[in-house]
Design a binder for this molecule. Structure first.
Ligand SMILES: [Zn+2]
Length: 320
C-alpha cells in the first residue's frame, strides 16, 4: 500500500504518476511571521483548481517532494488533497545545499550535546506513524546535494535519510546537479551506507543531455529523474525530449521517471515571472505535450507506460 494525503492506495490504483512535483514551495518562517503575505485560502483554492486541471489531463498521482527547508506545510496540502481527485504522496527529509538545521548539528550521537538523532527519528515517524497531528504518512525520503558538495550539513541530512531508508525501506529521491555529475557521488555515499540503489531516484537528471553520465547512473541501478520538463532555463525542451528518446532506444525505460518539478504556487517563482519566462512549466504539459511528442519521436507505448505507470508503481511500492 502507498500512503497519500488522503489515505492508503494500492499500487495498482496509482495510475499515471509524476514523480517530482510540488503543491506549494514556501518559506516556513515568512509564512509564520507574515501570514498576510500568504492568503492561505486563496492558495488552497488555486492549488485545487491547478491539480483538477492536471487530473483532467490524465495524471492520477503526484509525488510532492516539498520537504522541510522548502516550506513543507502538511496541513495546508492536506486541505488541497481533500478537495481534488489527484492522489498526492507526501515526502519527508530536509532540503539544503549546505547547512543542516542547528539543532541537528548540536544534538545526536557523536555531536556536542549527544543524545538521539532527532532528524532520523522524525523521518522514520513521518513514514511509520504520520506527520504530527495530521494522520498523513510520508511515502518517500529526500535530500539534496549541489554546488557545495558534501558539506558537514549536507552529510548530516544524508546520514539521517539513509538511516531512515534502511529502517523503513521508503525510496530515496535526491536533488542532484548533473552539471557537477554529483548523482554519482550520491550513489557512492548511499552504497557505502548499504543502500540498494534500485530504490533511489537521482533527481534532475533531465537537466543533462550527457548520455554517458546518465547511463553510468542507470547502470549502477538507480532511476533517472527526467523531471523538469518545461524548465527550459535549465535545458531546452527539445534536448530533454531527445535524451529520453535516446535512453528508451537503448533499453533504459525501466529506469526513467518523468515529471516537471513545477508547483501550483511557489514563492521563489512569482506567477508573472513564470508566465513570462516559462509558460509551459506546469504539470498538465506532460500528458498534453511531452508524451505525444515522445510518441512522435518513436518512443513506444510500452516504454511510455513503463515510465508513467510501472516504474512509479515499483518504486513507491517498495517500502516495507
Ligand atoms: Zn523539486
Amino acid at each position: 500500500m502507498i500512503p497519500t494525503f488522503t489515505g492508503e492506495l494500492s499500487a495498482d490504483r496509482l495510475g499515471a504518476t509524476l514523480m517530482h512535483e510540488h503543491v506549494f514551495v514556501l518559506n516556513a518562517e515568512l509564512v509564520l511571521n507574515y501570514p498576510g503575505q500568504f492568503p492561505a485560502d486563496d492558495l488552497v483554492d488555486r492549488a485545487v483548481e491547478y491539480f483538477n486541471g492536471v487530473k483532467a489531463s490524465g495524471i492520477d498521482t503526484i509525488v510532492d517532494l516539498t520537504v522541510m527547508g522548502n516550506g513543507r506545510n502538511i496541513p495546508l496540502v492536506k486541505r488541497v488533497a481533500e478537495r481534488t481527485e489527484m492522489n498526492i504522496v507526501a515526502a519527508t527529509g530536509w532540503y539544503t545545499f549546505h547547512d543542516a538545521p542547528t539543532f541537528a548539528t548540536l544534538n545526536g550521537p557523536g555531536r556536542l550535546l549527544g543524545g538521539s538523532d532527532l532528524l532520523t527519528e522524525l523521518f522514520i515517524r513521518d513514514i511509520r506513524d504520520g506527520v504530527d497531528g495530521t494522520g498523513v504518512k510520508a511515502g518517500v525520503l529526500k535530500f539534496a546535494t549541489d554546488h557545495y558538495g558534501f558539506s558537514d550539513g549536507v552529510l548530516n541530512i544524508m546520514q539521517a535519510v539513509a538511516d531512515a531508508h534502511l529502517e523503513t525501506g521508503a525510496p530515496i529521491f535526491t536533488h542532484s546537479n548533473p552539471h557537477k555529475r554529483n548523482g554519482l557521488d550520491q550513489q557512492d555515499y548511499l552504497t557505502s551506507r548499504g543502500v540498494d540503489l534500485g530504490g533511489v531516484v537521482i533527481g534532475h537528471c533531465g537537466d543533462s543531455e550527457d548520455l554517458d553520465y546518465l547511463k553510468q547512473i542507470a547502470d549502477r541501478g538507480s532511476i533517472l529523474g527526467m523531471d523538469r520538463f518545461g524548465l527550459d532555463s535549465k535545458l531546452p525542451y527539445e534536448k530533454r525530449l531527445h535524451a529520453v528518446k535516446e535512453l528508451c532506444k537503448q533499453g533504459y525505460a525501466p529506469q526513467i521517471v518523468i515529471a516537471t518539478d513545477s508547483s501550483a504556487y511557489s514563492m521563489n517563482f512569482p506567477d508573472e515571472a513564470r508566465a513570462e519566462r516559462l509558460p509551459k512549466w506546469r504539470a498538465s504539459e506532460i500528458m498534453d505535450t511531452v508524451i505525444p511528442d515522445l510518441r512522435n519521436l518513436g518512443v513506444s507505448d510500452s516504454d511510455l507506460d513503463q515510465m508513467m505507470f510501472a516504474n512509479p508503481r515499483r518504486i513507491l511500492g517498495s517500502a516495507q
